[in-house]
Design a protein around this ligand. Sequence first.
Ligand code: ZN
Length: 506
Amino acid sequence: MQDGGNEMLALLCEEARETALLESIEALLGWDERTYLPPAGGAFRAEQMTYLSGWIHRRRTDPRIGGWLDQLLDSPLAADPHSDSGATIRELNREYRRLVKLPPAFVEELTRASVLGQQAWTEARKNHDFPSFQPFLERIFTLKREQAEQWGYSNEPYDALLDDFEPGAQTAEVAETLESLRAGLAPLVAAIAECGRQAPSELLRRDYPRAAQQAFGEQAAAAIGFDFRRGRLDVTHHPFCSGLGPDDCRITTRFDERHFSSAFFGILHEAGHGMYDQGLRSDQFGLPPGSYISLGIHESQSRLWENLVGRSAAFWQHFFPQAQQHFPEALAGERWEDFWFAVNAVRPSLIRVEADEVTYNLHIIIRFELERAVLSGELTVGDLPQAWNERYRKYLGITPPGDGDGVLQDIHWSAGLVGYFPTYSLGNVFAAQFFRQAEQDLGDLTDRMGRGDFAPLKQWLNQHIHQVGRCYRASELVQHITGQPLSAEPMIQGLRDKLLPLYGLA
Ligand code: ZN
């Protein structure tokens, strides 16, 4: 390479950007499908999206890309792994190699199995009928094991699947972190259950008119830094955030007029995801330095705003008077301290997506242990319902009345998403590590939040996380920012500091 590879890198980047444009069009069709598409438009939309995804796949597996990468990997441009060019070459190479390792017939088979799996799951969940779903799930786990073999792994098949969502993460390390999280949270949950004090949860179950919820939610999202000139909020059944491009980020929510938390904390959560997307470097759109690092880091941004900010005392000192203005009938004459306690209620429950900030992680740990055991052959798919119920008894002290509220409650496995669950709890762990560092760096973070000033925190996240893009792997980023490896300690400590006084235990 006469110019050290610069020309070849430019070709590679142009190709990647063009593919990213197609992906953003696909994402727009997906957003529309989940928000405004008329019911009868589903079949044609599926045709459009299948066409586009086939086109995208052919582009991403174009052998020319492999040729360019082969040469660039040995060039000086790849020497510094944290530079824009180094990260671009490393990450595009990773993506290309993973895609070309899977034979097209296998990809089709996996897609088919997960479409059939989701259909069978929908029926099975409704009827609490695990046996009707079992053969579909067995097929999916068989294919996921094959996929792990095709991708290759260092210690166990789970490594390969986890790596798809959390690049560079090792199962053993994640297991250790989650185990220390469980060991730290279990006594806290038990102490709260036995203390006899109850959060005034009834406050959240009064009349919260939808229009006022939307106005208050948008006001809070804008106040923490979600830019509504470059994004919007719409309504859906299963809320999500979709970053369509540098200046167009779509967040979604759903409203329940008899429950304050579902929309409000959902909006803060999705706004946190959205602010990550809005904070990425526009000049690197479609390239690794302008892309999110991993699902765990993405989730750290949503959980940080939802829980560490949105469930803090400082946040409600500032926002409660505004909430009273939006919901005078529900909240006139109430105290912010009681409302704050209510949004921090901790109680073991059956359903993951409705769980509180603490017990949520026990739901995740159960799923992680089970999917890892099935993949390694320690458990069979047929063992899952019983193993699930045993763990719910052991970790949460409750037993699901039927499999619909137990082993069948999540869509993930039916859709072929194995190795995905731990990224939710990793997000919580990362969030607490980042937040502690931001507190140290900024000094007066709590005071500022109490005055409604969230700009310093947002700028800190922009600078240390969003602008870094994919130039660091998740574990490197944590080390780089905090000087510490991945650790559950800040999260456990933060929850104890907040909850023990609330429950009169400190
Ligand atoms: Zn999320």
